[in-house]
Write a protein of this length. Structure first.
Length: 146
């Protein structure tokens, strides 16, 4: 400890702890362990040292609170942006599904049956028309196709 008597040092240490309970014991001990000439060491010096430490701690705590508030706001903004991105992705997926479902809609079974029947009838008509054309051409009749 400082170059005073051990009993005085203990009293000073006790007084400092009583006056500044929020300061960690390590800071108070550091003040007491400083090697100062006996005529310079006094309680006022330790008070100043501890007051500076308190000011630094208060400044750091205020900065930490500002940073915590800023972090909270940025996290909220991040969550909002994530929600917007998810909404946009959902809208895009819905548009893609609508576009795909419009172009590749699978007909119902009744519609399939009707379309097959219609397709067969058209194929029969095409075959008949081809036979007529072949027959007419074999007789030497020229056809005019519109």
């Amino acid at each position: 400890m400082a170059q005073n008597s051990p009993q005085l040092d203990m009293q000073v240490l006790h007084d400092l702890r009583q006056r500044f309970p929020e300061i960690p014991e390590g800071v108070v001990s550091q003040c007491m362990l400083q090697k100062f000439p006996s005529h310079l060491f006094n309680v006022t010096f330790c008070n100043d040292f501890i007051c500076n430490a308190i000011a630094l701690l208060l400044h750091q705590r205020a900065r930490m609170e500002r940073l915590a508030k800023q972090l909270k706001l940025e996290k909220e903004e991040l969550e909002q942006l994530k929600a917007e991105v998810n909404s946009m992705e959902h809208d895009l997926m819905q548009r893609r599904l609508r576009r795909v479902s419009c172009t590749t809609a699978i007909p119902r079974p009744e519609e399939m049956t009707r379309l097959r029947s219609m397709n067969r009838q058209l194929q029969i008509n095409v075959d008949c028309t081809l036979k007529e054309v072949d027959l007419l051409q074999s007789r030497g009749i020229d056809l005019i196709i519109w």
